[in-house]
Design a binder for this molecule. Structure first.
Ligand code: GYE
Length: 320
């Protein structure tokens, strides 16, 4: 090898080495993430997805659980600002009341991604992007399923009791609105009681017990805004000596494993899918936002509907 060739080769190797050292030395992206809580199977799967995806992407995740309280989320966001993270992501427990803290993030030049649940803010530039499901459509899907089922039945009236999610949360407001819209043109379908069960099993059971006490055999359908409340309510129905899925049709949303098991046991009639597996997309989006790339303001997750008849075929491939 001539001197010149050796020199070029050496220089090239040194350059490659320098680049990889620079890449290694670049500090990892730091994301502060404020999670709603651990209220449901959906939420646990969502948390796991986000933690795994951050690990796989080499992103440092500062994770804060708000225990379903907005004030805890505001505190967490303020602490992420003080720590000067590269980006803040959060799943807002309720829709309203975020303007002030998001303005503080903007003033500190820390970009924000809203995930899972939407926020209502006066200034849309307060966040870079919102990635999550179309909850109104999920409500419509539940309503359409019921309308079709009712249309095929000789039964004249279907009295519905509704278990709403957390008061003021996007999924509770939207799933209620979408369902109401889908059943509006069907005189057989009527909501007779509607109350919050806060997206938890315990509350779902408790409120269903109260519904059963006051309405008893008058109830033909339970529409629950999530599977956990439906599962809690199923217990209440059984304890009242009735057959869930038969005496009372059970319609819910999420598509978690527990719902598939309930369908296989004949106790739940349908679950509308809402995917919690947002982690990988969220990490990619965070990288793009921090790199200053243009990103869509709204990213909608694609989802399906699973009636009990397909539960046996689908359960093995369910990831949450
Ligand atoms: O449906 C429910 C959870 O925001 C989509 O929150 C989420 C909802 C989900 O507690 O199970």
């Amino acid at each position: 090898m001539t001197f010149t060739r050796r020199f070029i080769l050496g220089a090239a190797m040194a350059a490659t080495f320098a680049t990889s050292v620079a890449a290694l030395a670049a500090p990892p992206l730091v994301i502060g993430f404020s999670q709603v809580g651990a209220e449901s199977e959906w939420r646990s799967a969502n948390t796991a997805s986000i933690k795994q995806a951050a690990g796989a992407a080499g992103i440092t995740l500062k994770f804060a659980d708000a225990q379903q309280k907005q004030e805890n989320q505001v505190k967490a966001i303020r602490s992420f600002i003080a720590q000067r993270v590269d980006l803040i992501a959060f799943s807002p427990v309720v829709e309203s009341g975020w303007d002030t803290v998001l303005r503080e993030a903007k003033a500190a030049k820390i970009p924000v991604i809203v995930t899972d649940r939407a926020v209502k803010v006066t200034d849309p530039t307060l966040y870079a992007s919102f990635i999550g499901s179309d909850f109104v459509e999920e409500g419509r899907r539940a309503g359409r399923w019921l309308a079709e089922r009712a249309a095929k039945s000789p039964q004249k009236a279907f009295n519905i009791v509704e278990l709403q999610g957390t008061v003021g949360s996007a999924p509770a407001l939207d799933r209620k609105a979408g369902f109401a819209e889908a059943i509006a043109a069907h005189p057989k379908l009527k909501i007779i009681r509607s109350q919050t069960g806060d997206f938890t099993r315990a509350k779902g059971k408790e409120v269903m017990e109260a519904f059963l006490k006051s309405e008893g055999k008058n109830i033909n359908v339970l529409y629950a805004h999530n599977d956990d409340m439906a599962i809690g309510a199923i217990q209440a129905i059984e304890e009242a000596g009735l057959k869930p899925g038969v005496d009372i049709l059970v319609v819910s949303i999420d598509g978690v494993k527990g719902a598939f098991q309930a369908m296989l046991a004949g106790k739940l009639n349908v679950t509308v899918e809402c995917s919690p597996l947002l982690g990988p997309q969220l990490m990619q989006l965070a990288r793009d936002v921090v790199a200053g790339k243009p990103v869509p303001k709204r990213i909608v997750v694609t989802e399906g509907v699973f009636p009990a008849e397909v539960a046996a075929k689908e359960i093995a491939s369910r990831k949450y």
